[in-house]
Design a protein around this ligand. Structure first.
Ligand code: GLN
Length: 210
């Protein structure tokens, strides 16, 4: 992948789009790459992308927006098609839920949701409860070096099982928090709400080292 033609987009239907945009643009600039994040709202915008970020927010709303309402199934189908052709995806929190192949809900038990089913992971939504049960804690992530990563968990899910091709980046007795499968990356927490750019750097590396 050539640095001069790289294009990363962010699914900008709902959620913390701006925070990802600021962080990814800073990472691109820092690497001397003259490219800015594209806000993606229409299926055809995905054609130009090497990587797509799916932000945190509310995955049920995003599910509906990608698969039911404005575009029919076009946006969801287009994301799936582009991933087949090698587009990288980074999902954080609600984004991680959206790219999983199966999700259950800890709070609202009876629930079904359209998912993009890109990554061979299963998740439980709202694992720690509601908004007031959000928390922050440092995470050990070997792949990112010795410095602990600030884990910001907001109505976070947990990853309960992963397929054989999935690399676990962060886990402890509580569960699995970060995973990578080929060019797909997911965290149950929010790197974009910290000032630690290592996950966004890793995502860029995944795109460039193709
Ligand atoms: N609880 C939200 C959901 O299920 C995720 C929250 C978040 O992205 N911070 O979609």
């Amino acid at each position: 992948m050539s640095k001069s033609t790289i294009q990363i987009g962010i699914l900008a239907l709902q959620g913390d789009v701006l925070e990802h945009e600021l962080m990814m643009n800073a990472v691109l600039a820092n690497k001397g790459i003259d490219s800015k994040i594209l806000w993606v709202r229409r299926p055809e915008q995905l054609d130009s992308l090497d990587g797509l970020i799916i932000p945190g927010g509310e995955s049920t709303v995003m599910s509906r927006l990608v698969s039911e309402m404005r575009f029919g199934h076009k946006l969801a189908a287009k994301i799936q098609e582009r991933v087949q052709k090698g587009m990288a995806v980074f999902g954080t929190c609600a984004g991680a839920i959206l790219i999983s192949k199966a999700s259950k809900d800890q709070v609202v038990k009876d629930f079904s949701q359209a998912l993009l089913e890109l990554m061979d992971i299963e998740v439980i939504r709202n694992r720690y409860g509601r908004q007031r049960d959000s928390f922050e804690r440092p995470l050990t992530i070997e792949r990112l070096g010795n410095e602990p990563f600030p884990g910001v968990f907001i109505r976070a899910p947990i990853i309960t099982s992963v397929g054989k091709k999935v690399e676990i980046l962060a886990k402890d007795a509580g569960g699995i928090y970060a995973v990578k499968q080929g060019k797909l990356l997911a965290t149950t927490f929010h790197p974009e709400l910290t000032d630690d750019t290592r996950f966004h750097e890793l995502f860029l590396e995944m795109i460039l080292n193709d």
